[in-house]
Design a protein. Structure first.
Ligand SMILES: [Zn+2]
Length: 740
């Protein structure tokens, strides 16, 4: 599956001409002959000045997409992000941009790659299940980027180039069912470069037709040779990528580990043990020593781009995806000291990109598009049930080693008193545990685990107490700690690993726990199991809007997955979930000065995304450069629109994409028609009735919510329909569970 390096070398000198030729072929033969005559002395740095503008197509213009993972639009300001703030005030700011739901990284990575929703692309990241759902189906087999055997019996996390390569093979080279932006560009001779976050960057160039560097490897093999010859270090896992080839990679003695990343700083608390003895780790959100743990890795990757790939390869299309601020938001929560440090370092990377363009004389001829995959919320249950708590800051630095410039380890912080200005210790939900307790046979593959985010009441009572598996019978390891209400059953359960292929119970449920939304797979597709599962989700107040595969028909109080672009016939029974549920959210509650809370799949995070809240959905999109107007765009736009717009900027088209060209922001639009926008709300055909609602504070379901007595559950899906040039594009603002 490795790309052919020599072919690239053969065409690299002619690629700019090919673009120009393609453009003019569409216009007239006479124009084409003119363009061919100009190709002999064509200079890539003068693209926008050597090609006369036409009303039909934009002049191919060098474009760089910089993805700020998890960047909230309300974090753009002159203090923390001065470079991005200057782009916002001096360029095109999209004030109503929409992340693709579920608002995960890899889901939006696929939207950036394909300009499409899962209904078209067939991709269901972050974590999904490629299951042995029948005797004829086999499980994928392969390694991870770190060289280990990858588990595919349990749901798989796709932020890994080796996993994506294995899955692409498993799906016959069709992991993305749409010809991507990068594949379209490369087919027309455009040089591309992709840099950054594991998995998210790689999916852009799945077919490996361009230059690539992420946290694990570099491609093609010739680029590895070039970087080593230039004394540039490589990610240490690069060796695994080439270990089975005829040209394995040996790192130099001074290579080091330029993409190493510290874990989060934590402190120990025994608050989850009713006896106050067993400690578990909690995130130290008061820490201000670490900053963004990936800071040095990002700086390294940006440096390779600006000092080597940009000047040597002159890519016309580049995408640089850094995991900041998302990674620090997960670790400590939006609004915290480390998150703000992350914003400042990410903005410094943008400054380095701008300086790199200027140093190469490319600054005035290059478009920069800054976009986030999604925004970010604080993890918390309702503050009426779960108060925020102070953390008493550590007087000493954390005890771990310095990793690539960042502190690590355990601090001496401690849990303090309830306080409205404190931090959350609630919001975690383990669906497989709650379902198992209620009689379902449910698995998430995540094993025994602990989290300090399962919830502490105002009096300090833990919702899910921590226990020790003294004999190792529940967790498979003597002395393992776990939290699981199903451990109190007659046949206790705490691990939830997926049974081996062929041994899943008849109506077993596999949960792909994803953060702000969960996927439920019911391989039997038994309608009664689906109906019971829906009722369970409607009763439990941790869950928000519920979407069910339309094969089950209309189910009261649910919307069909097709109504939010989540059904794909090619992936039916092979990757597409049966039910997708957003966790419940509240966009008005503030934590650390930032609005927006949500429940999450248990993981101990202080920040999360993936839900259908308006906070997670509304993300950052700002563009500046010769192709963009200086304007604020108030009509809706979306992450699916980014690829078709870039294709247009390169003189290309993506006919399979769901998104549109964002003409309202362009100096030379493909159409000058004015879009019409209509907002409305979509609801299920009928509400579910006769329900009693269960409080999150009691995972057994016994304690009901006395404030909601009507017993009905429905959904409000807020949409905006944008109609332009005879086509209508639907944007989703939020989906909210309505319990009465
Ligand atoms: Zn994230």
């Amino acid at each position: 599956m490795k790309r052919a390096g020599p072919l690239k070398a053969l065409i690299s000198d002619q690629k700019e001409c090919v673009i120009v030729k393609l453009r003019f072929t569409l216009i007239s033969l006479a124009a084409m002959s003119l363009s061919l005559a100009a190709c002999g002395d064509y200079s890539p740095t003068q693209t926008t000045t050597t090609v006369p503008p036409t009303p039909a197509l934009a002049a191919p213009t060098r474009t760089i997409v910089m993805v700020w993972d998890g960047m909230r639009p309300d974090d753009v300001n002159a203090t923390d992000t001065p470079n991005l703030y200057a782009m916002k005030t001096g360029g095109a700011n999209f004030s109503d941009n929409h992340s693709t739901y579920p608002t995960f990284t890899m889901m939006n990575s696929s939207s950036f790659a394909s300009g499409s929703f899962p209904k078209t692309s067939g991709f269901y990241g972050n974590t999904f299940w490629t299951p042995p759902q029948g005797a004829a189906n086999t499980i994928p087999v392969g390694k991870s980027a770190a060289g280990a055997n990858q588990d595919y019996q349990d749901p798989v996390f796709t932020e890994d180039y080796a996993v994506l390569t294995t899955l692409n093979t498993y799906y016959g080279g069709q992991l993305l069912l749409v010809k991507s932006l990068f594949a379209t560009a490369q087919a027309n001779g455009v040089v591309t470069a992709t840099i950054g976050k594991s998995g998210a960057a790689y999916l852009q160039d799945l077919n490996q037709g361009g230059y690539f560097l992420d946290e694990n490897t570099a491609q093609p093999r010739s680029l590895v040779t070039e970087l080593q010859a230039a004394n540039i270090a490589l990610p240490v896992n690069t060796t695994f990528n080439y270990s089975s080839t005829t040209s394995p990679v040996t790192l130099s003695a001074t290579n080091g580990s330029p993409t190493a990343r510290a874990g989060y700083v934590t402190f120990n608390t025994a608050a989850y043990d009713p006896n106050g003895v067993i400690p578990i780790a909690a995130r130290d959100s008061t820490d201000a020593t670490q900053g963004a743990p990936e800071d040095a890795a990002n700086k390294y990757m940006m440096s390779v781009f600006t000092s080597y790939i940009l000047p040597k390869k002159l890519p016309m299309l580049s995408l640089i995806w850094f995991r900041t601020p998302d990674n620090v938001e997960h670790g400590y929560g939006p609004g915290t000291a480390n998150e703000k440090a992350g914003l400042r370092s990410q903005d410094a990377r943008l400054g380095e990109l701008m300086a790199g363009l200027k140093a190469n004389g490319l600054d005035t001829s290059t478009n920069i598009i800054v976009v986030s995959d999604h925004a970010h919320s604080s993890v918390s249950g309702p503050t009426g049930l779960y108060p925020l708590f102070t953390i008493n800051a550590s007087p000493t630095a954390p005890n771990g080693a310095i990793v690539n410039g960042a502190t690590s380890g355990t601090s001496a912080a401690s849990l303090g008193a309830a306080s409205a200005t404190g931090f959350s210790f609630s919001g975690d939900v383990r669906s497989a545990d709650l379902l198992t307790y209620r009689g379902f046979q449910a698995y998430d593959g995540n094993g025994c685990s602990t989290s300090a985010m399962y919830g502490l009441s105002a009096t300090g009572t833990p919702t899910v107490p921590v226990k020790l598996d003294a004999a190792g019978t529940l967790c498979g390891a003597v002395g393992a700690k776990y939290q699981a209400v199903s451990s109190t059953l007659g046949t206790p359960v705490a691990s939830f690993k997926v049974p081996a292929p062929g041994s899943l119970p008849t109506n077993g449920v596999v949960v792909a726990a994803n953060g702000g939304s969960d996927y439920f797979y019911v391989p039997s597709h038994d309608p009664a199991t689906i109906a019971n599962l829906v009722k369970f989700l409607q009763r439990r107040e941790e869950y928000g809007a519920i979407f069910v595969d339309s094969r089950y028909g209309a189910i009261a109080g649910t919307l069909m997955m097709s109504q939010v672009n989540l059904e794909n016939a090619t992936r039916l029974n092979n990757g597409q979930p049966d039910i997708v549920v957003s966790f419940n959210w509240d966009d008005t509650v503030m934590v650390q000065g930032k609005p927006g809370i949500e429940f999450e799949s248990a993981g101990g995070q202080r920040g999360m995304h993936g839900s259908f809240s308006p906070i997670d959905v509304h993300n950052t999109l700002i563009a500046k450069g010769p192709s963009f107007l200086n304007t604020t765009i108030t009509v809706p736009s979306g992450n699916v629109d980014v690829a078709p717009t870039i294709a247009y900027l390169l003189g290309l088209i993506m006919p399979q994409a769901d998104g549109r060209i964002l003409n309202e922001a362009l100096v030379v639009p493909s159409s000058k028609s004015t879009p019409a926008v209509a907002a409305s709300s979509v609801a299920p055909t009928s509400a579910a009735t006769g329900l009693s609602f269960e409080l999150p504070t009691d995972p057994t379901g016994v304690t009901k919510d006395a404030t909601k007595t009507v017993g009905s559950y429905s959904i409000a899906l807020a949409v905006k329909d944008l109609t332009v040039d005879g086509k209508t594009y639907r944007y989703f603002d939020y989906a909210k569970a309505v319990r009465q």
